[in-house]
Design a protein around this ligand. Structure first.
Ligand code: ASP
Length: 338
């Protein structure tokens, strides 16, 4: 892979965050900066084929306490594409099995000299806890059913690439809204960027309270389908469900799966998205997942761009601010730009 070496990249004046914990707390201009930076880095790396040295000398640790295919590997690739080293940690086979706490494990990893901890955990709020305890930057790669901010960002980047923007679009999140962190990050992010967001699924999985805070609530995919510019089909999160929320997968699919028949009743340029992993035949049929409207694999590619942007922006803020628990050694230090 060619290394394009030094690259000048002006650091955005509006970016001061050293952690990426959720989209709910970000301002629209910060989301815009993340998306613009992701697009710039995607272009500068030739769609991810070339390496830059923007983050050389830094180390990114992946601290995953839950399964992951896309998120984990794409954080690693993002760090490597910008010249950083990576450290992989999985709870299986670690000292967690010997009784070490989550925070002690994270502090141990930090003591090896890491600049970012990327964490995934089934307990909501664990990234916030780490951000209070650690000096390095913390990125939330999914905390229970709370948020998955880089997923929300890569979804928005994918829509933006196809539609030029997000404002005014009608985007439906379909499926297990109750247990989906992807849903929550999309909801906050899309609303802040001016999209009209519909949450659609069985009443047992879509709370009417979403309507109280400005989202459209729907229970019939067939009714909303003709109005949708984008459908984001969420997986049923069986691993998080404590009860039966619908009679059977067959009945769920009959009402909510995107299939060839429903495609005929959708807008001609509808975008079909899914965060993955997809369950073929449950929320989406194979002909739709692999069809011309599907951008599911583009979402995966954009995941690297978004994670490159997040790592670079957080590192830039941390370099400028110095230690968060003490005096800055060199507050004027600009982010590494070469
Ligand atoms: N990969 C996403 C997540 O970790 C979506 C999913 O698992 O359904 O939340």
């Amino acid at each position: 892979m060619p290394d394009t070496g030094a690259t000048e990249l002006p650091f955005p004046a509006n970016w001061h965050r050293r952690d990426l914990l959720e989209l709910q707390c970000l301002r629209p201009d910060e989301i815009q900066t993340l998306l613009d930076t992701a697009q710039t880095l995607k272009d500068l790396t030739g769609g991810g084929r070339n390496k830059l040295s923007l983050l050389s000398g830094k180390t990114c640790a992946n601290l995953f306490f839950e399964n992951s295919t896309r998120t984990r590997s794409s954080f690693s690739l993002a760090a490597k594409r910008l010249g950083a080293d990576t450290l992989e940690f999985s709870s299986a086979g670690s000292s967690v099995a010997k009784g070490e706490t989550f925070v002690d494990t994270a502090k141990t990893i930090q003591a090896m000299g890491v600049d970012w901890v990327v964490t995934r955990h089934n307990t909501p709020g664990t990234p916030q806890l780490l951000a209070r305890e650690l000096d390095c930057s913390v990125l939330n790669a999914g905390d229970g059913a709370h948020e998955h901010p880089t997923q929300g960002l890569l979804d928005m980047l994918t829509i933006r690439q196809h539609r030029g923007g997000l404002e005014g679009l009608t985007v439906a999140l379909v499926g297990d809204i109750a247990h989906s962190r992807t849903a929550r990050s999309n909801l906050w992010g899309l609303k802040k960027m001016g999209a009209h967001v519909i949450v659609c699924g069985p009443p047992t999985l879509v709370s009417p309270r979403w309507a109280e805070i400005g989202f459209e609530v729907a229970h019939s995919l067939d009714e909303i389908l003709p109005r949708c510019d984008v459908l984001n089909l969420l997986r049923i999160q069986f691993e998080r469900q404590q009860a039966r929320y619908f009679p059977s997968v067959h009945e769920y699919a009959a009402l909510y799966a995107m299939n060839a028949d429903r495609m005929r009743r959708a807008k001609q340029d509808i975008l079909i998205m899914a965060p993955g992993p997809i369950n073929r035949g449950v929320e989406i049929t194979p002909e739709v997942a692999d069809g011309p409207h599907s951008v599911i694999l583009e979402q995966v590619t954009n995941g690297i761009a978004v994670r490159m942007a997040a790592l670079w922006l957080l590192a830039g803020a941390a370099d400028r601010q110095g230690s968060r628990h003490g005096e800055s050694e060199n507050p004027q230090t600009a982010p590494q730009a070469s």
